[in-house]
Design a protein around this ligand. Structure first.
Ligand code: ACM
Ligand code: ZN
Length: 493
């Protein structure tokens, strides 16, 4: 049987007889009664008819574009009824660790659109760089977006360490994405991963301690001081500007990997814990996150948090949790209360890891709803983060993304029983050839379903590290810090 080179594969495709000529007229009917993002595409000899909601019509055109890559101007007649399995099909771009400019972000958006991905989660703020202009606090980018040489495992250099997006850039990117049915979800990290923020404004950290923009990877103890009143006001002013720039329902407020060492030594944080009768620093984090979430809710926004934020008292069910690692019991409990979850398991969907660890087959075989959530409808979708410590340029970004992100798109769109590795590879190959003509090159084909021998080489390469003196000293310092954390919390992050 003919394999139609469509990724993601549609819900229902029926071949009819004949071929549509090159001059077949295209007619469209927008019908808001259609299920969200769904469409009907009917190709007959004389006419190509499309009906759907606004996004559905856009997706029908993407389907036509992919069919034309396979068949040229003469399309076989067929009828497609199509709708996504999940509402959230996302990719996370990390602009902090390395900074790719606006033009590169637009190219990434083109790739997302080609696979009907509808969310760009934009990680704009982290220890290694603050990348969005905030007019209330100009030092955030004057100081927070600048670092010199940096050291990330295999990477030791100056390239793409500095830069930020002006609000004019952001508006242009948001508009470009909107035309392609992609909502952009900005992420501001709270309360951890704040070194770049505190380098600019140490007064919102604990004890006003001086902080530098970080130049290595890892987990740091530079947290917003949750004990000071000014901290909440500072965060909400940033959020106010993000709300203006990103006119969508969701805002990501981070919440992962908050190493509480400085909170334990901070009189303001300890006073707040006592005042509120909280159990410990986890509960303080939870209190702060909920305060921010409530602020967003008043503005009509839904907060997304990494699953680490489930620790402490109960997280309200009207947050969305992005599940990446650990905390299974807490995630299950949150789901039982009706909370919604985005599936981003490190094991398959973290695209910064090498093909040796997760190749296309592994992604396609991944069960999006794990056993511990069976019987719930908690999963609202799937997302691939691509952390950029080792991603210095757009070519590397595409290498890590493609074709694993298209495989994720298939997981998010197509029914589980219809997913099949061999079929995917066959369908994807002609799309890959097209992408290459556009200068968009993913990993070579031998990596898509990687052999054990090549996986061994790939893994060796990934594990190589350049031990500059600065890198070694920083790793030692961090190891000592994390040892203190482990003494207090065991092996939990
Ligand atoms: C994460 O990877 N720290 C969410
Ligand atoms: Zn403090």
């Amino acid at each position: 049987m003919q394999n139609f080179h469509l990724v993601p594969y549609p819900e229902q495709l029926v071949v009819t007889s004949g071929y549509a000529t090159a001059d077949a007229k295209i007619s469209e009917k927008e019908n808001s009664a259609f299920k969200k993002e769904s469409y009907h595409l009917k190709i007959t000899e004389n006419e190509i008819f499309i009906e759907g909601d606004k996004a559905g019509i856009f997706y029908a055109h993407i389907t036509l574009k992919q069919l034309r890559l396979q068949f040229g101007d003469t399309l076989p007649c067929m009828e497609i009824q199509d709708a996504p399995r999940f509402a959230h099909r996302g990719f996370m771009l990390d602009s902090s660790r390395h900074f790719l400019p606006k033009e590169d972000v637009l190219r990434i958006i083109d790739v997302l659109a080609l696979f009907k991905i509808n969310r760009l989660h934009w990680h704009l703020i982290d220890d290694q760089g603050f990348r969005v202009e905030i007019s209330a606090f100009p030092k955030l980018t004057e100081i927070g977006s600048v670092r010199g040489r940096s050291h990330f495992g295999l990477v030791d250099e100056y390239k793409n360490n500095c830069g930020y997006f002006t609000q004019t850039d952001i508006k242009e990117i948001v508009a470009y994405a909107k035309e392609r049915m992609i909502e952009i979800i900005p992420e501001i990290e709270i309360p951890g991963h704040e070194s770049a923020m505190l380098a600019a404004y140490p007064e919102i950290g604990c004890q006003n301690a001086p902080v530098e923009v970080v130049t290595t990877g890892g987990i740091f103890d530079n947290l917003i001081c949750a004990g000071k009143e000014e901290s909440f006001a500072f965060v909400t002013k940033i959020l106010d500007e993000l709300i203006e720039l990103f006119p969508y329902e969701m805002i990501h407020i981070g919440g992962d990997e908050a190493c509480k060492r400085k909170w334990r030594a901070c009189p303001d944080c300890q006073k707040k814990i006592k005042e509120l009768g909280l159990k410990d620093e986890n509960a303080l984090q939870q209190w702060f996150v909920i305060k921010v979430q409530r602020y967003l809710k008043e503005k009509g926004k839904t907060a997304i948090v990494w699953n680490d934020s489930l620790r402490g008292d109960k997280l309200p069910e009207d947050c969305v949790v992005q599940m990446w690692m650990g905390d299974k019991d807490l995630i299950a409990e949150f789901a039982e209360r009706g909370g919604k979850i985005i599936q981003s398991s490190t094991e398959s969907f973290y695209l910064d890891y090498p093909y040796a660890m997760w190749d296309v087959q592994k992604i396609l075989n991944f069960k999006l709803c794990p056993d511990f959530l069976a019987g719930t409808d908690a999963i609202i979708g799937v997302e691939c983060p691509l952390w950029s410590e080792r991603v210095l340029d757009l070519d590397r970004e595409f290498y890590q993304m493609i074709p694993r992100l298209p495989a994720m798109a298939e997981c998010g769109w197509t029914a589980e029983h219809a997913r099949n590795n061999d079929s995917f590879i066959d369908r994807y190959t002609s799309i890959d050839a097209y992408l290459q003509t556009q200068g968009i090159c993913g990993a070579p084909k031998e990596y898509w379903n990687i052999s054990p021998k090549l996986a061994e080489q790939d893994m060796d390469n990934y594990n190589k590290t350049i031990y500059t003196p600065e890198y070694s000293a920083e790793m030692e310092r961090q190891e000592a810090m994390m040892a203190i954390e482990r003494e207090i919390y065991g092996d939990e992050r």
